[in-house]
Structures are given as C-alpha cells and as structure tokens.
Write a protein that binds this ligand. Sequence first.
Ligand code: KIV
Length: 275
Amino acid sequence: MTTVPEVRARKGADPLVMVTAYDAPGARVADEAGVDLLLVGDSVAMTVLGYADTLQVTVDDMVHHTAAVARAKPHALIVADLPWLSYHTSRRDAVLNAGRLVRAGAQAVKLEGGSKRVPVIEALVDAEIPVMGHLGLTPQSFHAMGGFKVQGKGVEAARQVIDDAKSLAAAGCFSLVLEGIPTEVARLVTGAVDVPTIGIGAGPACDGQVLVWHDVLGFGGGEYAVAPKFVRRYADLRAAAIEGLASYAADVRSRAFPSDSESYHLRADVAEALI
Ligand code: KIV
C-alpha cells in the first residue's frame, strides 16, 4: 500500500500519477494500470451523479464513494475530497468530516483554497489527518471566480498563488494540486515548495499530473462530451459501451441471446417427469 510519506518523498523524482476514482471497479482498473494515487474527487458530482457542479456533493456522498474505492483495496494512495461547506464552518467541523472520510478508507483528504485555509489545515494535521492542498482554479469557488477560469495570469495573481503554496506547505500539506494556472506559474510554485505539486491544466513542470477518470478514458457524454484542452483522451469507453449495448439489444430482439449454452437445464429425468 502506498503511503503519504512515500508520496511526499517523491518531490523532484519520477512524476506522480494520480487519477480520480469513484467506485470499486474504477479503482481496480486504475490500480492495475499502476497509478500512484486515487483521488475520490468531488468531481463525482458531474462524472457520476449528473450534477452541474461540485457544490452539490455532500460529506455523505463522499463517504459512500470513498468506501467503494477503499473496498477495491488498491495499492495506490487514496485521497478523498472534502466537499464544499465541510471545512468552511469551523476547524472542528473540518476534523470531524475529514475523520468520516478516513474511517471510510481515505488515507488523506484534499481541500481547496489558499492561506486562509491554514488554520483548518493545521487542525487536520494535528488530528493526524494528512492534507493535500488545491490551488489555482478551485471548482468549489466557481461562483466567486465567475466561472471556470484560468487563475494566476497577472503578476499579482501569480504571486498570490506562489505565496499561498508556500503557506500551505508550511502548514503541513504533504502535496499540492495546481489546477488551471499558466505553466510558468506552476513551474515557480513547484520550485518554491518542498512538497510535490500535482498539476491539472498546469503544464508539464509539476511533480505529477492528475486527470479525471472519465476524461482520460472517454466515458463522458451529454453536456460533458467536450473535454477541456488540458485533457488527453487515451480511450473511448463511451463509444465502446454504446456499441456493446447496441449489440446486446440487437441480440435480445433477434432472440440470438441467450444461447443454449448460456441457459440452465433440468436433468433429463426431471424434465421428463415434469413435462
Ligand atoms: O474533484 C476532482 O476531480 C479534482 C481534480 C480535478 C483535481 O479535484
């Protein structure tokens, strides 16, 4: 089982690979593919639960999905997102909610935001709960940011991201997700902190990369069919699934399924007595 200290020690070494996972089969395939970290992301809101944004996800939802991922017993480190409002009201609420995720099987939690999160991060670390920070484009701040916009584009905004990263690392975060910031800013952040940075839409200079399972494997659809430009799609599971289910439907309708070998039979003497 991958541990938090092992991930922390990967700073500047081989790039870390993280992918989201929301259920046991998804966790199993990612783990068999050899990823280092599984993120039970609050993106479950859009990828699985059909919501329009992450603000709809509750602690109960995250516990449910974290437990499903943990039941796969992956070798990868399990990180679970603290959802919106689960760590904003008080440090006590943050520790109790994070504790629920740990009891569900998470080895670490992730939360969004800069220096203002330092007291909460310190409380979590004090409760022995490892914390991953998340800076830049933070989806839980969707309304405050005015939409999903690349952050840190001006000098002051970029300096703020760098300062926030230093504060989070000093507060005890064992790694930082950098989302939706220019490559140059991500490079400066990565050089400024002694913990691994894991980028998504933050260019190649980070210590690792994270993508959403459904984006990597092409299992989106509906309003999420068009992935952001930072996504590289490595499979088209949606097309494969539609093709497979269409073949199943055709076989049912033509009575080609099930075949004799796919059916159970009575022993000959029982059939004779019965019929
Ligand atoms: O919830 C999520 O999927 C995330 C990643 C985008 C980093 O937080």
